[in-house]
Design a protein around this ligand. Structure first.
Ligand code: NCD
Length: 332
C-alpha cells in the first residue's frame, strides 16, 4: 500500500496496522505467532494479562459493527488497557464537529491507540497521518479497501486447522467487489505462500482485473470450490451496491449459495469460513453454517487473540525480534 512505510517505525517495527498490502511474510508470521501465545488467555478463569496496563484505547467506529468492535474491546480489556467505545455516528459528527477536532479531543484525553472503522477507503491511513507521534492506529475496516485484522484472524484460523499455507487451495466466494475482507485476505494469503487462491462469484461482483492480485477467477461455484481446502463465504454487501448488480437473494442462493451437496465438491476435510454477519439462505445454507465443517464461530474467538497480538505489537510491548512477549503473559 502507499502507507507501507507509514506502518513501520524506523526499526521496521509495526507502529500502525492499516493494511496487509506491502507487509512481509515475516511480520505476518510474527502476528500469527503472537496470537498463538495470546489464545490460551481466553481459556483461563482470569482472562487478563497486564501488557497494556496504563494505556488507553479508543474504539472509533464511524460505521456499524458488532463482532469487530466487541472483539477489539475484549482484546484491549484482556490486555488490561482502559477502553473508550465511541459510536461516532451518534455523537460529535452529528453535532457538526470535524474529524480533526474529534481526534484532537481524544489526544487531549491522553489516548494511546485508535481503532478506526470508517465507510471511506483510506480513512485509517488519513487518521494515522494526523495523530500525535505516540499514538498508534489500527484499521478495523475502511470502505472497500482493507480489513487487516480480519484477514489475520482468518489466516490464524487456517494455520491452526490446516497446519500450513503451502499447498493449500482457498476459494473466496461471493461479493468480492465490495469486500475489504477479500482484498486483505488475498494479500495475506499470497504473502504467506498460499499457491492457489480462487475468487468465485457472478461477473457483476468480481472486480475487473483482479487476476493481477494473483488469484484465478471462477464464475461457477461448482468449479470454483472443487477440491478446495478452505471455502470462505462472503456476505452480499447490499448497503454498498448500486441497484441492478444482482437478482434477488433467493436467485443468488440458487447459483452461489453453499449447500451441503455443493460443499461435497470441496476437499473432504475442507473448512467453511465466513467473516460474519452471515445471511442464512442467501450465501450459505443453515445446514452448512451450523455443520461440522463450519469454523465460523472459531473465527470469532480467534479474532480476540489476533487483535491482542496486534495491539501489543503496535504498542511495542511485544518486540518483533523477541520470541516471547514481555510482561507476564505466561502463567500470569
Ligand atoms: C465484514 C466487514 O465489516 O467488512 N464483517 C466483519 O468485519 N466481521 C464483512 C461484512 O460486513 O460482510
Amino acid at each position: 500500500m502507499r502507507a507501507g512505510n507509514l506502518q513501520l517505525d524506523s526499526q521496521g517495527r509495526l507502529k500502525h496496522f492499516l493494511a496487509i498490502e506491502g507487509l512481509s511474510c515475516d511480520l505476518l508470521t510474527q502476528i500469527l505467532d503472537g496470537a498463538e501465545r495470546f489464545a490460551p488467555v481466553g481459556d483461563r478463569a482470569v482472562k487478563k494479562v497486564p501488557l497494556l496496563r496504563g494505556k488507553t484505547v479508543a474504539n472509533l467506529f464511524f460505521e456499524p459493527s458488532t463482532r469487530t468492535r466487541t472483539t477489539f474491546d475484549l482484546a484491549a480489556k484482556r490486555l488490561s488497557a482502559d477502553v473508550l467505545n465511541l459510536n461516532i455516528e451518534a455523537s460529535s459528527a452529528k453535532k457538526g464537529e470535524s474529524l480533526g477536532d474529534t481526534l484532537r479531543n481524544l489526544e487531549a484525553m491522553q489516548c494511546d491507540m485508535f481503532v478506526v472503522r470508517h465507510q471511506t477507503s483510506g480513512a485509517a491511513e488519513f487518521i494515522a497521518r494526523q495523530v500525535a507521534p505516540h499514538i498508534s492506529v489500527i484499521n478495523g475496516g475502511d470502505g472497500r479497501h482493507e480489513h487487516p485484522t480480519q484477514a489475520m484472524l482468518d489466516a490464524f484460523t487456517i494455520r491452526r486447522l490446516k497446519r500450513r499455507f503451502e499447498g493449500l487451495t482457498i476459494a473466496i466466494v461471493g461479493d468480492v467487489a465490495h469486500s475489504r475482507v477479500a482484498r486483505s485476505e488475498i494479500h495475506a494469503f499470497r504473502i504467506l505462500g498460499v499457491p492457489d487462491i480462487r475468487v468465485v462469484g457472478p461477473k457483476t461482483l468480481i472486480p475487473v482485473g483482479i487476476e493481477a492480485m494473483g488469484v484465478t477467477v471462477h464464475h461457477a461455484l461448482e468449479a470454483g470450490i472443487k477440491g478446495a481446502d478452505v471455502v470462505i463465504m462472503l456476505r452480499l454487501q447490499q448497503e454498498r451496491m448500486q441497484s441492478g448488480l444482482l437478482p434477488s437473494g433467493h436467485e443468488y442462493f440458487r447459483e452461489y449459495g453453499l449447500t451441503p451437496t455443493r460443499l461435497r465438491l470441496a476437499a473432504p476435510d475442507a473448512i467453511v469460513m465466513h467473516p460474519g454477519p452471515i445471511n442464512r439462505g442467501v450465501e450459505i445454507d443453515s445446514a452448512v453454517a451450523d455443520g461440522g465443517q463450519s469454523v465460523i464461530l472459531q473465527q470469532v474467538t480467534n479474532g480476540i487473540a489476533v487483535r491482542m497480538a496486534v495491539m501489543a505489537m503496535v504498542m511495542g510491548t511485544q518486540s518483533l525480534s523477541q520470541s516471547k512477549p514481555t510482561g507476564g503473559i505466561d502463567g500470569d
